[in-house]
Design a binder for this molecule. Structure first.
Ligand code: PLP
Length: 406
């Protein structure tokens, strides 16, 4: 069976002790949906909500002003960004992505170069730009083994001189890891702005924004990072800040209204934020970034990906299951078609047995799903705090579901 990297048993015990659902009868394999928050994250949120109730929302925020600053430091540290000034905190990855996209304001004839596997909501934003602004959306070719072909990116980039290249690092719908560093090198060589959707990557695998050479990277709190729902962030490079990139709709967080027809833009990435915040969730996000760095993202990545490989290999042994993952590099997201069953129904049956997974339908990734000829897919996404025994129990439950009653 698959080689799982040796994990210090005491470490694993500590991670699981911080995760109340672990070992309490629930097997959580839906970390690509929303991972389980560790206790310190929950406690930070709970504590701040308590202060809001007792003190008042604005007063409680004033009390933790220094700690709010540290949330930016933690997120910047997690992404290996130059500093807190590169980070904007927002509600989710979609908002972060939209804010970045809006900075480019492409018009008729301008090209956005992307991939066939970019996230559904991002594809919808591109289509909306095409419809309303006459922008041309160009998708680079994939390699035969799956994943975008960097040579196709280079060719299309030279042909079209796009206003922007946008790539989803880890698509929601398959185990694929896109070659974002290579694409970044090409964009840098050709001097074209580069936006990365890092939503499924942050917390799952090490992120070094400067190695990616991206101008923007959008992320979310609740997935592999183990933060609360309703949190997201946007990394904005020093180059993008210096170029004056700003969202289409600024608000009073991003700029000061200094004269009737005049505003002054913030110097840092917070120009991409909204004024209002769920401060309790922000406290949780900071704690999640701190916790992830404490575990070690490289350690988490190595273990989660090995657990996923164990899932993939077991699935391949079950009759009536087709593993759908493609790509030269695969991650801790595993997708499979269950013959004769809608994935949503399988998710419900497994959940009734205390096993959390999720389902992908065609509209989540229409190009990919049509190419694979799959209508729905079961998604199993382990994390470092899962155990081999949990994987085996979940797969045994799935196998008996597929086989049906004896
Ligand atoms: C690859 C990818 N990008 C973006 C998103 C959107 O993230 P959010 O729901 O935080 O806006 C998701 C959510 O599943 C995703 O998988």
């Amino acid at each position: 069976m698959t080689e799982i990297p040796t994990t210090d048993p005491a470490e694993l015990r500590r991670w699981r002790a911080d995760t109340p659902a672990a070992g309490a009868g629930r097997i959580h394999l839906n970390n690509a949906g929303a991972a389980l928050m560790p206790l310190p994250v929950f406690n930070a949120i709970h504590h701040h909500l308590d202060r809001e109730m007792r003190l008042g929302g604005y007063e409680a925020a004033a009390e933790v002003e220094g700690r709010i600053g540290r949330v930016y430091d933690e997120v910047a540290g997690l992404l290996h960004a130059p500093g807190a000034h590169n980070i904007a905190l927002v509600e989710n990855a979609t908002v972060a992505f939209a804010q970045a996209l809006s900075a480019f304001d492409p018009g008729p004839g301008d090209v956005v170069l992307t991939t066939r596997n970019d996230y559904a909501s991002n594809q919808l934003m591109y289509l909306s730009l095409a419809e309303r602004r006459g922008v041309e959306i160009v998708r680079a070719d994939d390699l035969p083994e799956g994943g975008v072909d960097p040579d196709s990116i280079r060719t299309l980039l030279r042909r079209h001189r796009p206003a922007l290249v946008a790539v989803t690092w880890v698509p929601t719908n398959s185990g694929l890891v896109q070659p974002v560093e290579e694409v970044g090198r090409i964009c840098a060589e050709e001097d074209v702005p580069y936006l990365v959707d890092g939503c499924q990557a942050v917390g799952q695998m090490p992120v070094h924004v400067e190695s990616l050479r991206c101008d923007f990277l959008a992320g979310t709190g609740r997935k592999f990072l183990r933060g609360p729902r309703g949190t997201g962030f946007l990394y904005v490079s020093d180059r993008a800040l210096a170029a004056g990139h700003k969202p289409l709709f600024l608000d009073m967080r991003g700029a000061d209204w200094v004269g009737a027809d005049l505003y002054e833009l913030r110097a840092d990435a917070r120009r991409f934020e909204n004024w209002e915040f769920a401060y309790a969730l922000l406290m949780g996000l900071g704690e999640a970034a701190w916790y992830a760095r404490g575990v070690g993202v490289a350690t988490a990545w190595e273990r989660a990906r090995a657990l996923a490989l164990r899932v993939r290999r077991r699935l391949e042994e079950i009759d009536g299951i087709r593993v759908l993952d493609r790509g030269a590099e695969l991650c801790a997201i595993v997708t499979a078609e269950v013959e004769g069953r809608a994935a949503g129904d399988v998710v419900v049956s497994l959940r009734e047995q205390g096993i959390n997974t999720s389902a992908i339908d065609r509209v989540s990734a229409v190009i990919d799903m049509d190419e694979k000829g799959a209508a729905t897919a079961l998604r199993i996404s382990p994390h470092y705090y899962n155990t081999e025994a949990e994987i085996d129990a979940a797969l045994a439950a799935l196998e008996s579901l597929v086989r049906g009653p004896p």
